[in-house]
Design a protein around this ligand. Structure first.
Ligand code: NAP
Length: 538
């Protein structure tokens, strides 16, 4: 690595986090670059090109808030904007602020080694290149490592097969084809609803159903957009004070104080309200109180029964193993109606599991399904997956993936002890995975930038989280999760994915902070104001 190029700061990832992070750093006149594994910027919105892929945060809360000019210039066309537009937006931001020249594409970092003598990081790239940096900031994303199922015969299938994350750039023909979709999480639900009327036959291979509620999307006219622009300050202020970082205000009444018929009327309103209102503006008890959750789940189950014509199919689509909102809630548009179509078939893998892939399709215990295309909407090695893919060695050759083997440990989701001069935006145990992502990363980037200004201003060359501060934060993360009914659910919110070794049955990991956005932001602000008592400087 002797020919390695040096920059004071290297940012990993040119997605939503990395784009804003580099903007802040270059504005301060710091010597910084972004290394991006892909051939272009955009991260999640560059990769996920599958049909139906769109925001489930209100578009105008997903965009960056840091520039009034940017807010004035960009017109969101839909309340929940789709992937092509979202990628255009990120490119617009990068071009407007001339950020591309600070980005190096096709630069996948494979190795990072801390050099205690020189107090720098050495970074080794898959393409053979190398960099050194005083400080490294990760913007690796929480859902950037697809998890492919480990079925026998996968490579024998002669049709097209890919994970949704790897949906090709060139158009994929759907008309006249027999398509299988494996997985019914947020991604599967979007794909299924979108392609049901385009394909000849659609076979949905469902292992466990998810609860899902309407997205209630609509277009945004120029006039409406002008109104949104005038209210941007108010919108962002609202996001900052709500638990999930969304525009939906919390319900103030207590579940048990409201008569059942009024509760139902409230839920009827929420079911027709766009976005995550059905969670964010619901009675908080549904997240903590088993009985309240049971009643809410039954309400949603009845909505599914109303929408699906065949009662047997409806029952198969209703989760029986977990309550409403105890896993990530997928939002849908005409998902349940897809099952009323003659060309859509639900294959219940809990009754007839997949045995293997074959040359012509998928074999379940009930028989063979011949397919032209298999779409794997099977989720991600979430939150820590992207860190695990890099061989990161800190003090005394400590390996990060070894330290995090049973789950991540961090200080405020922003750094982890044993790994000096390494900062994480959207890190494990922050609120980036548990609340409105861009709102969380914007404040994460701001915190990291202020912290680095402090470090550089004080002429420090080394910082590291203190072990006792990390332990204290870990305890808070565990306590917040354990208060909720979702604490042991089988979804990525608790670090579960059976396709990833060690992350399957029985493994409970604490990968996100569930105490809410306002509490988290107050906590990290307090730490800055107190002069970072949980950090050792040298
Ligand atoms: P996911 O929520 O982890 O769902 C994966 C699905 O695949 C589950 O239904 C799972 O079944 C199934 N599955 C996994 N392995 C399987 C196997 N070997 N055989 C059969 N089925 C298998 O993943 P996702 O749907 O990609 O969503 C991940 C996250 O991405 C979301 O929760 C969300 O945060 C984000 N996302 C956001 C949007 C948006 O609207 N902005 C859209 C899509 C995704 P089990 O439940 O039985 O494991």
């Amino acid at each position: 690595m002797s020919a390695a190029k040096h920059h004071e700061i290297v940012v990993l990832g040119a997605g939503v986090s990395g784009i804003y992070q580099i903007k802040r750093l270059v504005d301060l006149g710091l010597d910084a670059i972004v290394l991006e594994a892909d051939e272009d910027l955009g991260g999640t919105w560059y990769r996920n090109r599958y049909p139906g892929c769109r925001f489930d945060s209100e578009s105008y809360t997903y965009g960056y808030s840091f520039s009034k000019e940017l807010l004035d210039e960009w017109h969101w066309k839909e309340r929940f904007s789709a992937q092509p537009e979202n990628l255009r937006y990120l490119n617009f931001v990068a071009d407007k602020f001339d950020l591309r020249r600070h980005m190096r594409f096709d630069s996948r970092v494979e190795r990072m080694r801390w050099d205690e003598d020189r107090r720098i990081w050495h970074l080794g790239l898959a393409n053979g290149g190398g960099y050194t940096a005083r400080f490294v900031i990760t913007g690796l994303g929480v859902l950037s490592i697809p998890a492919v199922p480990r079925y026998e015969g996968l490579s024998e299938f002669e049709g097209d097969a890919f994970h949704t994350y790897h949906w090709p750039k060139q158009p994929v023909p759907l008309a006249g084809r027999r398509v299988g979709v494996i997985g019914t999480g947020a991604t599967g639900i979007q794909v299924i609803a979108e392609i049901a009327d385009e394909v000849e036959e659609l076979f949905v291979f469902q292992r466990r159903p998810n609860w899902s509620t309407p997205l209630n999307n609509s277009t945004i006219s120029a006039e409406e957009m002008a109104g949104i622009r005038a209210r941007y300050d108010e919108i962002f202020a609202k996001c900052a004070r709500t638990h999930g970082g969304f525009v939906h205000l919390a319900e103030q009444r207590r579940f048990w104080d409201v008569p059942p018929e009024e509760r139902k009327a409230h839920w009827d309103r929420l079911y027709d309200t766009p976005g995550f209102a059905i969670m964010a503006s619901n009675f908080p008890e549904i997240f903590y109180d088993r009985e309240a959750n049971r009643e809410m789940s039954e309400y949603i189950a009845n909505r599914i029964r109303e929408r699906v014509n065949d009662p047997v199919t409806a029952e198969k689509l209703i989760p029986k193993d977990h309550g409403f909102a105890t896993q990530r809630l997928p939002l849908e548009t005409n998902y349940y109606e897809a099952y009323n179509r003659d060309n859509v078939h639900l294959i219940d893998l809990s009754e007839t599991p997949i045995e293997r892939f074959t040359r012509t399709g998928i074999r379940t215990s009930a028989g063979d399904f011949d397919l032209d295309l298999i779409v794997m909407a099977t989720g991600f090695d979430a939150v820590t997956g992207a860190w695990d893919r890099i061989d990161i060695r800190g003090c005394h050759d400590l390996e990060l993936r070894e330290k995090w083997r049973d789950g991540p440990n961090t200080y405020l989701g922003l750094m982890t002890c044993g790994f000096p001069n390494l900062l994480m935006v959207a890190g494990p145990q922050s609120v980036s995975g548990s609340t409105n992502f861009p709102r969380a990363i914007e404040s994460g980037v701001d915190w990291v930038t202020t912290f680095l200004e402090h470090v550089i201003g004080e002429r420090r060359t080394r910082f590291e989280a203190k072990p006792e501060a990390e332990k204290e934060w870990n305890d808070e993360v565990v306590e917040a999760q354990n208060r909720m009914l979702m604490r042991r659910s089988r979804g990525w919110f608790t670090g579960y994915n059976a396709n990833v070794e060690g992350h399957g049955e029985g493994a409970v990991r604490y990968v996100a902070y569930w105490g809410g956005a306002p509490r988290y932001h107050q906590r990290i602000d307090r730490v800055s104001k107190q002069g970072y008592p949980g950090v050792d400087f040298a």
